[in-house]
Design a protein around this ligand. Structure first.
Ligand code: SF4
Length: 233
């Protein structure tokens, strides 16, 4: 069995706790307007066997320390569940901490995969049905199914919310987010990420029109203030 991996980044400190290896897996069924990895939309060639990936990742084991480990990101890593389950089983035998950076789309036996997972970093996208679909081009139901499965597991959940000017940077949205996250168990933190246009160049190189041409970067100070307001709600 083989998986499709775009790249492996070593020594990351922004993709989960401690020092981590990040495995970027190709393929995603969403088309988020602000995606900064459009080159990952299509699933690429199957380029790693289970053992090739495990052996490569274990080379970095000594750098992980107590908190660090491996984060599977993408694209959407949960679209390659069948490949990842045997990978995780082998990594867990070596006591490696495992995280997934996901938007909650999945195929296959994700319940089994979560048995070998320590942390899910879940990108909320939007709490509102219509806006979710506008932003991602898919329906919200799938992520809601994923949240139900996640709630049956003991896995810790770290939430991410991108804040977009004139879209969700307002009190009404913050209130809706506060309500929405009450239905997710084991939430350890939530991070607000200000929308930025850094992915624009990639779209232009790929010959794809940038979908958020008229949206400016989110003001970081305003984003911080919204976060503080959110905490007080
Ligand atoms: S879920 Fe992630 S990888 Fe997929 S389109 Fe959205 S931002 Fe891009």
């Amino acid at each position: 069995m083989k998986g499709s991996i775009s790249s492996i980044e070593t020594m990351s400190s922004v993709d989960g706790p401690g020092i981590r290896c990040v495995v970027f897996m190709t393929g995603c069924r969403k088309r988020c307007l602000y995606c900064h990895n459009p080159e990952m939309f299509q699933k690429g060639e199957l380029n790693y066997t289970v053992d090739e990936l495990v052996n490569k990742l274990l080379r970095y084991k000594n750098y992980f320390g107590k908190k660090g480990g491996i984060t599977f990101s993408g694209g959407e890593p949960l679209l390659q569940t069948d490949f990842l389950i045997p990978v995780l089983k082998k990594l867990k035998k070596e006591n490696i901490q495992i995280a997934f950076d996901t938007a909650g789309d999945y195929v296959g036996n994700v319940e089994e995969l979560l048995k070998y997972t320590d942390l899910v970093i879940l990108d909320i996208k939007d709490t509102r049905e219509k806006e979710y679909e506008y932003l991602t081009k898919v329906k919200i139901e799938k992520v809601e199914e994923f949240i139900k499965i996640l709630n049956k597991s003991q896995v810790k959940v770290s939430l991410r919310q991108v804040i977009i000017p004139n879209f969700n940077d307002n009190l009404d949205y913050l209130k809706s987010l506060k309500q929405y996250i009450k239905k997710i168990n084991n939430v350890v933190d939530i991070t607000f990420l200000p929308y930025h246009r850094l992915g624009r160049e990639k779209y232009l190189k790929l010959g794809i029109p940038y979908p958020m041409e008229d949206t400016l970067d989110m003001d970081k100070e305003k984003c911080d203030k919204l976060y503080q307001e959110f905490l007080k709600l």
